[in-house]
Design a protein around this ligand. Structure first.
Ligand SMILES: *Cc1c(COP(=O)(O)O)cnc(C)c1O
Length: 525
């Protein structure tokens, strides 16, 4: 299974393509695909629209005088273009996607079917609420389960991503502090070094001063380190639990008590909730606000950048500051509370996060996941996610180095690059060699507290045989690195549609716009 036939034996850039070049440049079923602008023609279109009858435009002389200059393709050419591009992609439906902290779990097809029911997919946000009672009931039920699973008192469904949920939760904290009359004095937010970059960015965006808390050598945040930094200027701590080292913070309750005693709030980054659903309730641990990435824990698709959904749950203390709109029961039906001054509305909300109520399609999928799993199934999913990560840890710990000793992890396992010392191979090289083996790389160089971090999260979706093959592939790579087969790494990926990119150049000098080649270039082609 693990043979590497077809891998070029020559060094460096002499990859499979160059070793056996094809006339077309295609690699068997992996077809190269130029940009639409390169293959399109200006006299072709896939649609057939009648010429408009003569009319007098009413644009006051602003009407377009020249052709718009968009390239056209026939319908079959268009299909091939996008299907070929899609085949160069890697997704959870292609293979194991061990991107730590991202929880790339299977998106059950049942959820997709539910989201496409016309009663959900065809409603419009501006419809009268009397015509969308079922949709509001679904939102209310989802909110109920999110509060039940987290042990909290309120939830705002509208944020459109985890980071947006962070912003929502921190804005609620800010509103609560302002309502106490401490808006000017409480302006510091503590953020551990191991936090996701979005945490300090969120706090800074709304005017807080960010102060770091170190993570100790054991990978945990210690309550003494938090206490040392507490004072009347501290508004909140933003803590991730389980943390980004894949460890449950054992002092979380003491940390929550310390921040509360000092008059601050406990924001929990809930991106790693998948490890504890049905096992522990963040509200019981003292959390005041936590975002939930529906695309992580509740299996909605991560999508190509959207549509996302990151509801944020709030404690009783923060509930009055939840943004509008939210769903409430009224006269045996449901209403959407839209205005801050509406009778019985929130006391002092900070406003709204989005134009409407949020991502309906994601609510349907998340609730479908919850109802199809049941409370026992969700607990089992968390247990399996943790078991799978520990299975990988145990399968690799003799070859790859664990920065925090051999203690069990939660739903993801963190390795550092000490095992690569003197091999000439880096974390990045290992990631590229994984692409050749048909795997999406793990999360690399995050969290920052560990040198050359490799964060692997298999999720509960993977079977034992899938984990066994993954472990065997990584063992094979680890042994190759230790045995001096550096070429397998430094030239990788050999088999991907694109070879290794100059990432520094791409970051420093991004070419984001296609420019039409001049006549000289065209003639030269
Ligand atoms: C994914 C993630 C986020 C941000 O969530 P998005 O939905 O991508 O905005 C924040 N913190 C942690 C720890 C994460 O893993």
């Amino acid at each position: 299974m693990l043979n590497r036939q077809g891998r070029p034996s020559s060094a460096g850039q002499a990859g499979a393509t160059n070793a056996h070049p094809t006339f077309t440049g295609n690699k068997a079923l992996a077809q190269i695909e130029p940009l639409l602008f390169e293959i399109g023609r200006y006299n072709t279109t896939g649609v057939d629209i009648d010429e408009p009858e003569a009319f007098t435009p009413r644009l006051g002389g602003l009407e377009r005088k020249e052709a718009i200059g968009l390239p056209g393709l026939s319908e079959p050419e268009t299909m091939r273009h996008f299907v070929r591009l899609s085949q160069q992609n890697y997704g959870i439906d292609t293979g194991l996607f061990p991107l730590g902290s991202c929880t790339m779990k299977h998106n059950a097809r049942l959820n997709e079917r539910m989201a496409r029911l016309p009663g959900f997919s065809d409603v419009h946000p501006l419809q009268p609420v009397s015509t969308v009672q079922g949709a509001l009931e679904l939102m209310n039920e989802l909110a109920h389960y999110l509060m039940t699973l987290t042990g909290t008192k309120a939830v705002s469904l509208s944020p459109k991503a985890g980071a947006h949920g962070e912003l929502c939760g921190m804005m609620a904290i800010k509103a609560a502090i302002e309502a106490r009359g401490e808006g000017k004095t409480r302006n510091v937010v503590l953020v551990p070094d191991s936090a996701h970059g979005t945490n300090p960015a969120t706090a800074a965006l709304i005017g807080f001063v960010v102060k770091p808390v170190p993570a100790r050598e054991d990978g945990w945040v210690h309550v003494e380190d938090v206490k040392e930094r507490l004072g009347p200027d501290v508004a909140a701590i933003m803590l991730t639990n389980p943390n980004t080292c894949g460890l449950f913070e054992p002092q979380v309750v003491e940390i929550a008590k310390a921040i509360h005693d000092a008059g601050g709030y406990f924001y929990c980054d809930g991106a790693n909730f998948n490890a504890i659903v049905g096992k522990a309730k963040p509200g019981d641990l003292g959390v005041d606000a936590m975002h939930i990435n529906l695309h992580k824990t509740f299996s909605t698709p991560h999508g190509g950048g959207g549509p996302g959904s990151g509801p944020v749950v709030l404690s009783e203390r923060l509930a009055p500051y939840a943004p509008v709109p939210f769903v409430r029961m009224k006269d045996g039906g449901f209403e959407l509370v839209e205005q801050t001054n509406q009778a019985g509305g929130p006391a002092a909300p900070f406003g709204r996060m989005t134009a409407f109520h949020g991502q309906m399609g994601m609510y349907v999928r998340a609730l479908s996941y919850m109802l199809s799993h049941g409370s026992d199934g969700m607990k089992q999913a968390s247990e399996d996610a943790v078991l799978n990560a520990n299975y990988i840890r145990a399968g690799l710990s003799d070859l790859m180095s664990l920065p925090f000793g051999d203690k069990p992890c939660m739903h993801e396992v963190l390795f550092d690059d000490a095992w690569l010392k003197d091999t000439g191979v880096t974390t990045l090289d290992v990631a590229k060699a994984m692409i050749d083996e048909g795997y999406h790389p793990m999360t690399m160089y995050f969290p920052l507290v560990v040198h050359g971090a490799m964060l692997i999260e298999p999720t509960e979706s993977e079977s034992k045989s899938s984990l066994d093959l993954f472990i065997a592939a990584l063992r094979d790579l680890a042994m190759a690195a230790k045995n001096g087969d550096t070429e397998r790494f430094t030239g990788a990926p050999y088999h991907a549609p694109r070879r290794r990119l100059d990432e520094t150049r791409a970051a420093r000098n991004p070419v984001l716009k296609w420019t039409k080649p001049g006549p000289v270039a065209e003639a030269a082609e």
